[in-house]
Ligand binder design. Structure first.
Ligand code: SF4
Length: 262
């Protein structure tokens, strides 16, 4: 394992946890393992941080079976067992029934079923925090997708709460790019079990990924810049009246705002 890679990963995950108060003393964290490299990297990072953090928290992992894995999931279980990491494999019967009844159901329905299953598992495990492996790439893609296709300037929440307030939902990889998770998961030798859906990426997602890889040839820090932008919102230069000083009640900013370059 390359020391620098691990250091970078832990610095970025640590920054997210600290900045958004993701994990607190006494928390019981359930890590959603999807079978892919991102959530596997997140689990490793949280286990390492658990040993170093000045606060006490527990970490356990789980995987929801919705009938979409392309190969058997047990290599993951064996890998975790060999490392002494608690893991729960949950076959979600309603999701399996959905797949049988409506094989072409979309992501909305699928994720609604998954969310219900995830809450059920977290309750069984006695956890109050659920960690998801969305990466910096997901945050950047979501920002562009929402801006261009849903008319909303938003990305993903780094921290949020379940509707009934029972669970804190966190995304500790919000500053970690997939370049890092790919390299880290490979260096750890984590078994990756692909999901059928990951191989039929939608056209919008593919287009956005193409835009990123094209631009990143010239601007390799593009995603870091976008992440900084998401943490540095200039509401006075957007078109939402809720955030504009329509009556000039606050100190004047600029008489002639400069129209920004392309
Ligand atoms: S990509 Fe597949 S597994 Fe993921 S939410 Fe959509 S249908 Fe479900």
């Amino acid at each position: 394992m390359e020391v620098e890679l691990e250091k970078t990963l832990l610095r970025k995950v640590g920054e997210a946890i600290h900045r958004f108060k993701m994990i607190r003393d006494g928390d019981r964290v359930a890590v959603a393992l999807s079978g892919g490299k991102d959530s596997a990297t997140m689990l490793e990072a949280l286990l390492l941080l658990q040993k170093r953090a000045p606060i006490d928290f527990t970490v356990t992992a789980f995987t929801v079976e919705q009938g979409k894995f392309l190969s058997p999931i047990h290599p993951i279980g064996e890998y975790l067992k060999a490392r002494g990491i608690p893991w729960t494999y949950f076959r979600d019967n309603p999701s399996l029934q959905l797949l049988e009844d409506q094989p072409d159901h979309g992501c909305d329905l699928c994720s609604r079923y998954r969310r219900r299953a995830v809450y059920e598992i977290a309750a069984d495990l006695g956890c109050n925090v659920i960690a998801f492996g969305h990466t910096a790439d997901d945050f950047c893609e979501a920002l562009l997708r929402n801006t261009m296709f849903t008319g909303k300037l938003s990305s993903l929440p780094p921290i949020t709460h379940s509707r009934n307030g029972d669970y804190r939902l966190i995304r500790p990889l919000c500053f970690v790019t997939e370049e890092i998770t790919t390299a880290y998961a490979a260096a750890c030798g984590v078994p990756v079990v692909p999901c059928g859906c990951s191989q039929r990426t939608g056209t919008v997602r593919r287009a956005l990924r193409d835009i990123f890889s094209e631009l990143e040839r010239e601007h390799p820090h593009l995603k870091e810049t976008m992440l900084s932008a998401m943490g540095n919102v200039d509401t006075g230069r957007l078109l939402d009246p809720r955030f504009l000083d329509l009556e000039g009640e606050t100190a004047p900013q600029e008489m002639f705002p400069i129209v920004s370059e392309a």
